[in-house]
Design a binder for this molecule. Structure first.
Ligand code: B12
Length: 327
């Protein structure tokens, strides 16, 4: 989209709306309300967005995604340089969106990602977070996958997850909570992320004889974190069996028996799936401490004694590894 002839003439409101993944009416509202619109018009009344106009809108949209009120986002975007925007290119350093910019840059929610502060292993590269967020909002699966593969290949799964992927997921989640929009973005980005995480090859010579089982709680559809854990454990040389989303208790119990699993990790994202009593019935709960529970959904105060809660991806890896490397 947006090849040379388009760039020459400027993009229509529909083309820009499609590129940004917002409604055309939203763009008109932003123009009317915040003065952030097309800088030129063709054939009298038709709006034509130049590359610089699109760049400003992308900055505005990114800041909104990161939690800024639209008025503030428009102010910052309008104050930005007016060079043409590159297409959502996640690792590029050129173009206005790659530069730090006051409020928006500070809004990248790294601190909520559980990966540590700047300079620590999970620290974000803000420009990459913005690139992935932009690609996701533009429904550009190719650019999003490129960004994620690049980060995983360069930094490993844990850093890519905590420093890049979690901030973007959290931002999209906040956007959904505020507006009810972006479910399609959640779905597209999830599909991209699952694909990238599944590309991490299993270890050729695993450190563990008995596998680690990874599953979501019954009816829990948020499976990305168990995929992240599977990929990170694969990198660490640990063989896993990944059962994925919505695993019924009976099926998990059968899987534990059939695989002779050494450690079982169960994820609950939402309170609806976080009643933990059934965990006590799993075969893996005896002997104690073979069961790990992760995710914000669990009612932690009701976790059976045999279940150890883990709060972060690195903590989950360390907990799993502790069974293979007893102190
Ligand atoms: C991707 C996503 C989806 C995808 C899931 C695809 C998949 N295969 O996983 C799809 C589109 C299917 C989906 C559906 C829904 N979702 Co949804 N989704 C998300 C989103 C954006 C990311 C989920 C995720 O992977 N989180 C993992 C990390 C990123 O987030 P976290 O749990 O906050 O991480 C913390 C810790 O858990 C820890 N951590 C991070 N990673 C790891 C890894 C490990 C191993 C460990 C131990 C710890 C750990 O560190 C963080 C800081 O403490 C979240 C937003 C969010 N903030 O999570 C919403 C969110 C979870 N979804 C939400 C909702 C409401 C839904 C839907 C009901 C409606 C909808 N939005 O479509 C449906 C139905 C789901 C169902 N019935 O189960 C709400 C849940 C609200 C609530 N508290 O109950 C959220 C929070 C969005 C929001 N802000 O409203 N969703």
């Amino acid at each position: 989209m947006g090849g040379p002839p388009d760039r020459e003439a400027g993009l229509s409101v529909g083309a820009v709306a499609q590129r940004l993944g917002v409604a055309a009416s939203t763009l008109r509202t932003w123009d009317r309300r915040y003065g952030i619109g097309p800088s030129r018009r063709s054939s009298g009344t038709h709006r034509r967005y130049s590359p610089a106009d699109v760049a400003r809108l992308e900055i505005m949209q990114r800041m909104i995604l990161e939690g800024a009120p639209p008025g503030e986002a428009a102010r910052v975007a309008l104050a930005e340089a007016t060079e043409p925007a590159e297409p959502a290119e996640p690792t590029g350093s050129a173009g206005p969106s790659a530069r730090g910019h006051g409020a928006g840059g500070n809004r990248v929610p790294v601190a909520t990602a559980g990966g540590g502060a700047a300079g620590e292993p999970g620290a974000a590269r803000p420009e990459e977070v913005r690139g992935l967020a932009r690609a996701a909002m533009a429904m550009d699966a190719h650019a999003a996958a490129h960004a994620v593969r690049t980060a995983i290949g360069r930094d490993g799964v844990v850093r890519a997850w905590d420093g890049l992927i979690v901030p973007v997921l959290a931002g999209i989640g906040r956007k959904y909570a505020a507006t009810g929009d972006c479910v399609e973005v959640e779905h597209l980005l999830s599909a991209v992320l699952l694909g990238c995480l599944l590309e991490v090859p299993p270890p050729a010579a695993p450190r563990n004889a008995r596998p680690v089982l990874l599953a979501c709680a019954p009816e829990e559809q948020h499976s990305l974190p168990v995929h992240a854990l599977a990929a990170a454990l694969a990198e660490a040389g640990v063989a896993v069996r990944l059962l994925g989303a919505r695993v019924p208790p009976r099926a998990l119990a059968a899987a534990i028996r059939r695989t002779g699993a050494s450690v079982v990790f169960v994820w609950s994202q939402t309170a609806e799936t976080g009643a933990p009593e059934w965990l006590a019935e799993l075969p893996g709960s005896r002997p104690a401490a073979r069961l790990l529970a992760g995710g914000p959904g669990w009612a932690r105060d009701r976790l059976p004694d045999a279940v150890r809660p883990v709060a972060t991806l690195p903590a989950a890896i360390a907990a799993v590894e502790s069974f293979f490397n007893p102190a």
